[in-house]
Design a protein around this ligand. Structure first.
Ligand SMILES: Nc1ncnc2c1ncn2[C@@H]1O[C@H](COP(=O)(O)OP(=O)(O)OP(=O)(O)O)[C@@H](O)[C@H]1O
Ligand SMILES: [Mg+2]
Length: 523
C-alpha cells in the first residue's frame, strides 16, 4: 500500500490535495454510517420495541433513513469528483508517456511490432491510473470501516470478538505466499497483452496481402498460437489471485460459524440483550465483510503495483546516444553494423563537409538506409565513431516515411510558416488540391512528393533523401531534384538513388556500398 500511495502521489501531481480531501471525505461519510448502523439497530430493539416505546422507534428509524439518503448523495458527489480527477490524471500520465515514447531509442522501437507500444503507452496507462485510484480508496475505506465496526463489536462483547483476531496471522501468511507469484504473473500478463496487441495490429494492417494470397486460415492459426500464449499468462495470474481468495474465504467462513455459535451461547446465558445480539451480529458482519474485502483486494494491489512499475520502466528509458558526437560536419569512422548475427556494414568511413553533395549507391539491402539512420542518430553502430549534427539541424526523408495522422496542411503548418516557400513547393509539386487530405489516401507518387516537401520545409544544415525519385513521373523527378539542389545550395546533401545517372554529375562525391564496404567512386 505504501508503494501504491507514493506512486499515486506522483501521478496526482498538482491535484494531490484534491485527491486526499476526496479520500478523507469519503472515509468520514463511510465510517459514520458503519458506526451508526449497529448502534441504531440496538436502540431500535432495546429502547423502542422491547420497552414498547413506539414513538421513539419511529423517530430513530426515520432519522436514520434521512441520514442514509443524504449519505447516498454524498457518495454520488464523491464518485463524480473522483471520476473527473481520474480523467485528468490519466490524460496527464498518457501525455507524459507519449512524450517519453519519442525519446525511446529507435533501435528499441524497431524490435517490437508497432501496436506493442500502443498497448504500453495507451491501454496500460489508462487502466493502471484509474484502477490504482479505485483500489487505494476502496482499501482505505474498507479498512477504516472494519476498524469502526471492530470498536463497536468490542464495545458489545469483547469475548466473542476474540475469534476475529485469529484471522490476522493466517491471512498474513497466505498473502506472503502468493504475493511474489502474482507480481511476476501480472508483469507477464501485461507483456504478452502488449505483444499480442502489436501482432494483431500488424496482422490487420496486412489486409491486402491476406486477401490476395488467401491467407485467412493460416492467419487464424498464427493468431491462435499468439492468443494462446496470452490466455495462458492470464490464466496463471487468475489462478494465483483466486487461490489466495479461496483459501482466505474458507478461513473466514470458519470464523463466522465460531462467532455465531459463541453469540448464541452468550444470549442463552443471559449475558447479551436481544438488541445487543442483533447489533453485535450486524457490526460483526460489517467488520468481517470489510476485512475480507481488504484481504481479497491485496492480490489486486500487487497486480496494480506491478502495472505501475511497468509504466515507470517506460518513463525511465532514456536515449543514450553517446556514440553520436556533435560536430559541424559529418564523419563516420570505422563504422560496423550488425543486426543479430547478420553483418551489414564493416569498418566503413564517410565524410561530408558544409556545402558538399553526396550520393550513395548500392544494391537492395546493402546498407544505404542504415547509414542514413546512423547519421540521423536513429541507428546505433556496433563499432566505430559517429560525428555529426544535432537532430534539430538535420532534415531527412527516410523510407518508409512516417506521416502523422493529420491532413497535409496541418503537417505543413507544424513544420514551417514560410508561406512563400510553401506555396511555391505546393505549386511545383502539384499538391495544392491535396492540402485538406490525409497523406494516407495519396497515390504513391503524391506521398513521395509530400514527404520530400516536408523535408525541404525544415530549416536545416543537413538534408538526407532516401530514394526521393522512386514512384515519380519524369516531370516530377526533374522538379523534385531541382528543388532539392536549390534548397541545399550551401548545405550538406546526402541522397540515395537507384540509377538516375543523369543526376550523378551534380554530386561532389559518389559512394558505392557493396559487400559491407563503402568505396568512393567519384567521377
Ligand atoms: N532494424 C533492423 N533489424 C534487422 N535487420 C535490419 C534492420 N534494419 C536493416 N536491417 C537489415 O540490414 C540490411 C540493410 O538494410 P538497409 O535498409 O540499410 O538497405 P538499403 O541499402 O537501404 O536497401 P534498399 O535499397 O532496399 O532500400 C538489410 O539486409 C536489412 O534486412
Ligand atoms: Mg533503403
Amino acid at each position: 500500500m505504501k508503494k501504491l500511495f507514493i506512486k499515486i502521489m506522483s501521478i496526482t501531481g498538482d491535484k494531490k490535495l484534491e485527491f486526499l480531501s476526496l479520500i478523507l471525505f469519503s472515509l468520514l461519510v463511510g465510517s459514520v454510517m458503519t458506526a451508526l448502523n449497529p448502534i441504531v439497530i440496538k436502540y431500535m430493539f432495546d429502547e423502542g420495541i422491547i420497552k414498547k416505546n413506539f414513538g421513539f422507534f419511529i423517530l430513530i428509524s426515520v432519522s436514520f433513513i434521512l441520514l442514509a439518503t443524504i449519505t447516498r448523495f454524498f457518495e454520488l458527489f464523491y464518485v463524480l469528483r473522483m471520476k473527473k480527477l481520474k480523467n485528468y490524471c490519466s490524460k496527464k500520465s498518457f501525455l507524459n508517456l507519449i512524450n517519453k515514447y519519442y525519446r525511446i531509442p529507435y533501435y528499441e522501437i524497431q524490435k517490437k511490432e508497432s501496436g506493442y507500444y500502443t498497448g504500453r503507452v495507451y491501454d496500460e496507462t489508462l487502466t493502471a491510473v484509474s484502477s490504482s485510484f479505485d483500489i487505494f480508496s476502496d482499501i482505505l475505506s474498507d479498512f477504516l470501516n472494519a476498524i469502526v465496526a471492530l470498536i463497536i463489536v468490542i464495545g458489545i462483547s469483547i469475548k466473542t470478538t476474540f475469534y476475529l483476531i485469529l484471522v490476522v496471522p493466517v491471512v498474513f501468511y497466505l498473502s506472503l505466499k502468493y504475493q511474489n507469484k502474482i507480481k511476476e504473473y501480472s508483469k507477464r500478463e501485461k507483456e504478452t497483452e502488449s505483444e499480442l496487441r502489436g501482432f494483431v495490429n500488424s496482422m490487420l494492417n496486412s489486409y491486402k496481402t491476406v486477401r490476395i494470397f488467401n491467407l485467412f486460415e493460416k492467419i487464424k492459426n498464427i493468431v491462435d498460437y499468439k492468443f494462446e500464449d496470452y490466455n495462458n499468462s492470464v490464466y496463471q495470474n487468475t489462478k494465483a489471485i483466486n487461490s489466495f481468495k479461496t483459501f482466505s474465504s474458507i478461513f473466514f467462513s470458519y470464523i463466522e460459524i465460531f462467532v455465531v455459535i459463541a453469540c448464541g451461547y452468550e444470549m442463552l446465558k443471559g449475558r447479551m440483550s436481544f438488541g445487543g445480539f442483533v447489533a453485535f451480529m450486524n457490526a460483526f458482519w460489517l467488520c468481517l465483510n470489510n476485512i475480507s474485502s481488504v484481504i481479497k483486494k491485496l492480490p489486486e494491489v500487487t497486480k496494480i503495483n506491478s502495472n505501475l512499475e511497468r509504466l515507470s520502466e517506460l518513463e525511465n528509458i532514456t536515449e543514450t546516444n553517446n556514440w553520436h558526437i556533435k560536430e559541424e560536419e559529418i564523419k563516420l569512422i570505422d563504422i560496423s553494423v550488425k543486426f543479430k548475427e547478420h553483418i551489414v556494414l564493416e569498418k566503413i568511413n564517410l565524410e561530408a563537409k558544409k556545402g558538399e553533395k553526396i550520393l550513395m549507391l548500392g544494391e537492395n539491402g546493402s546498407g544505404k538506409t542504415t547509414i542514413a539512420n546512423i547519421i540521423c542518430g536513429f541507428e546505433k553502430p556496433n563499432f566505430g565513431k559517429v560525428c555529426g549534427f544535432e537532430a534539430d539541424k538535420i532534415s531527412a526523408c527516410i523510407m518508409p516515411f512516417n506521416f502523422l495522422p493529420l491532413t497535409l496542411k496541418e503537417q505543413i503548418d507544424m513544420i514551417s510558416q514560410n508561406e512563400r516557400y510553401i506555396n511555391s513547393l505546393l505549386k511545383d509539386f502539384n499538391l495544392e488540391n491535396l492540402l485538406s487530405k490525409n497523406p494516407r489516401s495519396f497515390s504513391e507518387g503524391e506521398k513521395k512528393k509530400a514527404a520530400v516537401m516536408l523535408t525541404l520545409l525544415k530549416d536545416a544544415e543537413v538534408y538526407i533523401f532516401d530514394e526521393p525519385l522512386a514512384n515519380l513521373d519524369i516531370r516530377s523527378k526533374e522538379t523534385v531534384m531541382k528543388k532539392i539542389f536549390e534548397r541545399t545550395a550551401s548545405k550538406i546533401l546526402i541522397a540515395i538513388l537507384h540509377g538516375e545517372e543523369r543526376y550523378f554529375k551534380s554530386f561532389d562525391k559518389i559512394f558505392n556500398i557493396k559487400d559491407k564496404k563503402i568505396t568512393n567512386q567519384t567521377h
